[in-house]
Design a protein around this ligand. Structure first.
Ligand SMILES: *Cc1c(COP(=O)(O)O)cnc(C)c1O
Length: 401
């Protein structure tokens, strides 16, 4: 079975893991500030601060900007659903902005349509690595005198007019989760030019204990999970876990376990900083290589599968290849599984936050959520494997029609 997702296992991470016990507390602190400086320089922003996760980074930004009970915030209708509790537990009133059917991103028009005189902030996401119309949205925000928060979890290295995303709004969050482009086996980054916000984040981070073990344990678990995905029996397990009956429950349990692992908030560790710095240095090359693969693959998709349009407002980074399928995605997934290819559908791709909020005004997101298909594309995909799954997908589309 060709899995829909694979996490690259780098031997140098293992080396970092083995030398970490010899890292002194001051050495760890130095590694973290070195990574933060490199990340800020890469983005061209004043401050980057490493956090426990992308979610943690978002929480710090919301609190640092003083957003609280009753404040209205525009959010993307298509993004990670687990961000909602984080916003709701602060008592924010959430208004989803619908997406564009081609780019899957919010647009300046859809954000404008969701704004009211009570709007206090706009959260946008550069979805699947493709920049949204951040310039247009920042103009709207400037007119209203409110901040834009950029969710760059999918998009480190994406650029608009040559400038990295994450430096356009008041603040940005990045994720250093193992599944994201710059992995630190968990972690996140707050990026901003706002001195007061950076000072707030520094005060919050300063009181957290720095321990090496939690991230080292997470690295072991990630390696274990990845090795399972690569073992021959995985095909059988995947067909059971991702069957129509089990898939929803499995996804929920998996996300629940990840959520619990994130609830223990500690400082970013020296091990994480060293792993992430290496990934950051490789990021542009990685994006170039995988974007090329994305383009070649998108051009060869079977008729009936339309890939995300990614060149609408800038140069994308690589995260995932997602296409919309004009048909029954469950049927397509079953047909693909029977031919040795695992696809992601529905909540495995992204969530319809409008539906989660019970807001019926975003028609396009409901349609995309029902049609989106996550295709297997990642580092380490050989041309032969690519051909293999494209062929299988072609037959699956025929069978699902
Ligand atoms: C992964 C992700 C995050 C949060 O990252 P974590 O590090 O997992 O907390 C935020 N937004 C989006 C869209 C994501 O995919």
């Amino acid at each position: 079975m060709i899995p829909r997702r694979r996490i690259p296992l780098e031997w140098t991470d293992l080396k970092e893991w083995l030398v970490t016990p010899w890292l002194s507390p001051s050495g760890a602190a130095e590694a973290v500030s070195g990574f933060e400086r490199a990340f800020a320089d890469y983005l061209g922003v004043g401050y980057a601060r490493a956090t426990a996760s992308g979610r943690d980074a978002l929480g710090l930004i919301l609190d640092g900007l003083g957003l609280s009970v009753g404040d209205e915030v525009v959010i993307p209708a298509y993004t990670l659903g687990e961000l909602l509790p984080l916003l709701q537990q602060r008592g924010l009133r959430l208004v989803p902005a619908d997406i564009d059917a081609q780019s899957f991103n919010v647009t300046a028009d859809s954000v404008a349509a969701s704004m009211t005189p009570q709007t206090r902030a706009i959260l946008v996401v550069h979805l699947l690595g493709a920049p949204c119309d951040i310039r247009g949205i920042c103009r709207l925000a400037a007119q209203a005198g409110i901040p834009v928060i950029e969710d760059c979890a999918h998009a480190p290295g994406a650029r608009v007019d040559g400038r990295a995303v994450g430096g356009f709004g008041r603040a940005a969050l990045f994720s250093l989760e193992a599944t994201k482009a710059v992995s630190a086996y968990g972690g996140g980054v707050v990026a901003t030019n706002d001195t007061a916000l950076a000072a707030y984040v520094d005060r919050e981070l300063a009181v957290r204990p720095r321990r090496e073990w939690p991230a080292m344990k997470k690295a072991l678990l990630t390696w274990g999970e990845e090795l399972l995905v690569r073992c021959p029996l995985y095909g059988i397990a995947a067909r059971i876990l991702f069957s129509d009956r089990m898939a929803g429950r499995f996804e929920q349990a998996y996300r629940g376990a990840n959520q619990r692992a994130r609830s223990r908030v500690v400082a970013f560790s020296g091990f994480q900083a060293r792993v992430a710095l290496r990934r950051l240095r490789q990021l542009d090359e990685r994006n170039r290589r995988l974007n090329r693969l994305w383009q070649e693959t998108a051009a060869r998709l079977p008729a009936g599968l339309v890939p995300q349009q990614r060149d609408q407002s800038g140069d994308p980074a690589f995260y995932n290849l997602v296409a919309r399928f004009d048909g029954d995605v469950r049927k397509l997934r079953r047909a693909a599984q029977a031919r040795g290819v695992d696809l992601g559908i529905l909540g495995e791709v992204m969530d319809d936050t409008a539906a989660l909020l019970g807001d019926g005004r975003c028609a396009r997101v409901a349609q995309l959520h029902a049609q989106a298909v996550l295709l297997p594309l990642y580092a380490g995909m050989t041309p032969a494997r690519l051909r293999q799954w494209l062929d299988a997908l072609q037959r699956a589309v025929g069978a699902a029609a």
